[in-house]
Design a protein around this ligand. Structure first.
Ligand SMILES: [Zn+2]
Length: 168
């Protein structure tokens, strides 16, 4: 049973949101619009012209009345479903491979260390560092792949997604 998503798209360079608490409408374009729209980019607050920085769940896109936070979540799920399964696995695989390499390199560097506990501790740290780096690398690839698929199939950028409709 797989969930299907449909995108409502609009070629845009600007989009406006309304702050729930004060009703002020603020419009964003360029990098700000991309940052707010792309769930793969870290963003938790935005500017309300009246109130200053406010959380993303307190502002609603004017054209859909959906909160910016909610929209980001929907877009994230839909983008994920766009990419083939192996792209998801690649993130884990990349984490695992980097962890093994990190552990291996650390073990090699500490190979003459007489204290075995110290070798083990260093190896663990090396493996953890590798895991983190591997995950980051895999995710960077996944994000690029998702953007590419959206371009190829829909000729659209992430900030041009107006709404995600769940089907099935
Ligand atoms: Zn406000």
């Amino acid at each position: 049973m797989s969930v299907q998503f449909r995108f409502e798209l609009e070629s845009r360079t600007m989009r406006c949101y309304r702050h729930r608490d004060c009703n002020e409408v603020t419009c964003v374009d360029g990098d700000d619009l991309v940052l707010l729209s792309n769930p793969n980019l870290q963003c938790s607050a935005t500017l309300c012209l009246t109130c200053g920085m406010v959380p993303l769940d307190s502002v609603l896109w004017v054209d859909t009345d959906e909160s910016v936070a909610q929209h980001r979540q929907c877009v994230r799920k839909a983008l994920r479903s766009l990419a083939p399964g192996w792209v998801q696995w690649l993130v884990w695989f990349s984490g695992l491979v980097f962890a093994i390499v990190g552990g291996g390199i650390t073990a090699y560097v500490f190979r003459t260390e007489p204290e075995r506990g110290l070798i083990f501790a260093a190896m663990s740290l090396g493996a953890i560092a590798g895991l983190v780096l591997g995950f980051a690398t895999g995710r960077t690839y996944r994000y690029a792949k998702e953007r590419q698929l959206l371009r190829d199939r829909y000729n659209a950028e992430i900030h041009e997604i107006t709404r995600v409709i769940r089907e099935g």
